[in-house]
Ligand binder design. Structure first.
Ligand code: 87C
Ligand code: MG
Length: 497
């Protein structure tokens, strides 16, 4: 059926219907893999365009490394693979023959790139080294797949840099994190919280992990939006990425790695969609404006089409992405519905009245505001679209903020968690305390773990999402909300994807 048959409150069913009816995703017969249709792929292209421009300002150079790697390479850096190796996919055959040694398909490229880094870095003059690649990644996830959010193949960029000093590497980590925040806010109109992962949630191969976290308002679940890691010298020591510093001493390089994936598109869909379907932020909409003629017996059809084409040409000159839906096999009402489902930010209706008065009827998808504007005023549409972007971001920021509560004790913490909020608390920063909160919150959680096929899917327990970069200072005597010991940092807890 054409219509979306559930409200957004029936969230997972709503999401499945929206991604199909907005023609973003087509299903595919390999579990966990999906087809990105043009309506979705256009969004990824806009993300690439902006993010590529941003990293270029940091002198990062795009490259391409092979997707296959030997077990030897993959296992060079023990810790980082240990926790994940169940997810690595392997090629073992070609045609009827066996490969004499299986080859992994890249789940990330540290161990593919770093042997080459070791060759390229000899002197401090070879630093900093900054490369990036836009590729697909394969990870054989076991949790139930969700298009965009958790898939067995996804698209990303992965950046990898090597520096001669720790300071320079750490600065690079935060510059990239700011770029990620910018892509989310300026392009996807999705607000994020910049923070640092706790020791138990960070990338095990690194020194520390910074992250942009968002919170999905409908279910109050945290979603990791993108990560930027300081790797320290862990990998450079493993891969012998060293150089002669200016005192002619052998020193190991200081490294970073950072990634942004197609999961970001899922976050945008979840934030902005409504009961009628997708709502696209204007800057990533394949069509920002849809022109729909309202044919009428008193109106010469040829003249109406000419008027619509004239309007289309005006908007193209304004650098707007506009489409004129002149299909004669669909009614205006059907078209209204379809383009609403696909989330086109602005609809322009031209019927007998608009034709006679040389105007258009504007219908804004985001807030359903309707008004007339004269054809000579069409130049207002660029600003109108920009205003819509910022209004969407503002609304999303308010919804996210509604989902962040404070708690000073366990009772308050569980009350908030069971109201599907995330909780900011003082914390002693001890891992065992963190594990106890995870365990106990799971036991006391009203929302039980969802299991599918014997695999825990979305758990009811709370985990740490990040330690927000922006946080109040904690004074002597201020206590951890859970164990009562001296608190060190504020940390944001929540259920997560
Ligand atoms: O991928 C990273 C670290 C890093 N990789 C580069 C981009 C940024 C950042 O994600 C962490 N990681 C996650 N998942 C996996 C691995 C892994 O290293 C390796 C094995 C397969 C699964
Ligand atoms: Mg993973």
């Amino acid at each position: 059926t054409l219509a979306i048959t559930v409200k957004k409150s029936d969230f997972s069913e709503w999401y499945q219907q929206v991604i199909r009816k907005a023609e973003l995703i087509e299903y595919y017969d390999v579990s966990g893999c999906y087809i990105l249709r043009p309506w979705a792929y256009f969004i990824w292209e806009q993300i690439q365009r902006l993010l590529d421009d941003l990293i270029r300002t940091e002198d990062v150079e795009n490259t391409y490394f092979p997707m296959f790697l030997s077990a030897k390479h993959l296992n060079t850096e023990k810790d980082h693979v240990e926790g994940f190796k169940a997810e690595v996919a392997w090629v073992t055959k070609y045609g009827q023959s066996d490969l004499n040694e299986p080859l992994a398909i890249r789940p990330t490229s540290e161990t593919i790139m770093y042997p080459a880094f070791a060759k390229w870095v000899q002197s401090h003059r070879d630093l900093p080294l900054k490369v990036n690649q836009w590729t697909n990644i394969v990870r054989w996830e076991f949790k139930f797949p969700t298009p965009f959010i958790r898939t067995r193949e996804f698209l990303w960029q992965e950046g990898h840099t090597a520096h001669s000093t720790r300071e320079e590497a750490v600065k690079q980590v935060y510059t990239i994190l700011d770029f990620y925040e910018q892509v989310y806010g300026e392009l996807l109109a999705v607000p994020v919280i910049k923070g640092i992962k706790t020791e138990s949630e960070k990338f095990a191969g690194g020194d520390f992990t910074t992250t942009v976290e968002t919170i999905i308002p409908q279910n109050g679940r945290g979603l990791q939006g993108a990560t930027s890691h300081h790797l320290g010298q862990n990998f450079s020591k493993m891969f012998e990425i060293n150089f002669e510093d200016d005192k002619r001493q052998k020193a190991f390089a200081w490294q970073t790695s950072w990634g942004f994936t197609t999961r970001s598109i899922g976050a945008m869909i979840m934030f902005h969609g409504d009961d009628n379907g997708l709502v696209l932020p204007p800057r990533i909409a394949k069509y920002q404006i849809i022109i729909i003629p309202i044919i009428h017996k008193d109106l010469d059809e040829k003249q109406l089409n000419e008027r619509c084409e004239q309007i289309r040409q005006i908007l193209i000159k304004q650098k707007l992405r506009v489409h004129f839906d002149n299909r004669d096999n669909y009614s205006p009402g059907w078209k209204f519905n379809k383009w609403e489902q696909k989330g086109v930010p602005i609809r322009l209706e031209i019927g007998p009245g608009e034709f006679k008065n040389n105007e258009v009827r504007v219908v804004q998808r985001f807030d359903n505001k309707k008004y007339q504007i004269k054809i000579e005023e069409l130049n207002q549409l660029n600003q109108i679209l920009d205003n819509i972007h910022y209004a969407m971001l503002e609304k999303a920021r308010n919804e996210l903020n509604q989902r962040i509560k404070q708690a000073d004790d366990w009772k308050e913490f569980m009350t908030q968690l069971n109201q599907r909020n995330t909780i900011l608390t003082k914390w002693c920063q001890r891992e065992e305390c963190e594990q106890q909160v995870k365990k106990q919150s799971g036991i006391e959680s009203k929302e039980k773990d969802s299991e599918i096929g014997g695999q825990i899917q979305l758990t009811g327990s709370a985990k740490t999402l990040c330690m927000p970069l922006k946080q109040d200072e904690i004074k002597e005597g201020e206590k951890c909300f859970h164990c009562g010991q001296q608190a060190k940092r504020y940390v944001l807890w929540g259920r997560s994807y």
